[in-house]
Design a protein around this ligand. Structure first.
Ligand code: PXL
Length: 268
């Protein structure tokens, strides 16, 4: 099982590729990477970060891969730095995803109901067009709002299902607590234990673990359940151990119980 992760390298802050690589690798799958940008830190809460867009290099890397005849079972795309990169990713899917392979898009746009630095409405529209090519999309509650214009999760889910067969809205906070809204043949909601507040990098841990579960052959619902448990424990640990949320989730020591559950499910 060969996975390609298209995401940035934020050197500090435990998100994007520095999370995807260890998590997917621990899940037991080969994870190749296509870096979109190199940053000194992620853009959420740090000032003065460096940002090197890798557009030209991405083109050269993919041309080389084409000559090698590489193909992927699953492609997972995350943080993209520009509208040009979004259209490049569509091209990558066409060139490198195996027939019958799975395309997962985490439409990284924002948090706390605002855009991350550098993103706007036009970028969100372009991201929506990438979502239309995906098998699974994993917006958080802010991103589901930025993509659909509604804060009503059921309405947002229906709108997203109009573009993609399996939308998943993560960390959706309602009066009854937190839930995951997803479409799997029908509209569904999974309750998840609640930890108040926002945790940087949680979306990337979630997307990476979910892709790992899918790559190991789990059905969507089981993949979501295991992933949600893993993220919950990682968030709890982070809340206990870390004061500065900018440095991401302390997920590392929660990988073992997650993998134990994954191996048991994958053996069924
Ligand atoms: O965690 C999402 C993310 C990924 N990559 C970069 C980011 C962010 C969120 O702030 O800035 C560079």
């Amino acid at each position: 099982m060969r996975v390609l992760c298209i995401n940035d390298i934020s050197c500090v802050g435990k998100c994007s590729l520095t999370v995807a690589l260890p998590v997917l690798s621990a899940c037991g799958v080969t994870c190749d990477i296509l870096p979109t940008a190199l940053l000194s830190t992620h853009t959420g809460g740090f000032s003065g970060y460096t940002f090197l867009a890798l557009d030209e290099e991405m083109g050269r890397i993919c041309d080389h891969w084409e000559r090698l005849g590489l193909r992927y079972d699953l492609i997972y795309s995350g943080y993209l730095g520009s509208r040009t990169q979004i259209s490049f990713v569509k091209d990558v899917r066409r060139r490198f995803l195996k027939e019958g392979g799975t395309f997962v898009v985490d439409p990284v746009l924002g948090d706390n109901f605002t855009f991350y630095k550098g993103f706007d409405g036009a970028f969100a529209q372009e991201m929506l067009s990438l979502c239309a090519e995906a098998d699974y999309i994993l917006p958080n509650e802010t991103e589901s709002f930025l993509l659909t214009g509604t804060r009503d999760f059921s309405a947002a889910l229906r709108a997203l299902h109009g573009v993609c067969p399996h939308p998943v809205i993560t960390g959706a906070k309602t009066e009854d607590g937190y839930g995951i809204y997803y479409f799997d043949g029908a509209e569904k909601r999974m309750e998840i234990p609640c930890v108040e507040g926002s945790f940087h990098g949680a979306g990337d841990v979630f997307a990476s673990a979910f892709c790992g579960c899918l790559a190991r052959g789990l059905e969507m619902e089981r993949a979501l359940a295991l992933t949600a448990q893993f993220c919950y424990h990682a968030i709890l640990r982070t809340q206990k151990e870390v004061t500065d949320r900018r440095y991401g989730l302390n997920y590392e020591r929660e990988i073992y119980p997650f993998l134990t559950a994954l191996e048991a499910e994958a053996a069924k």
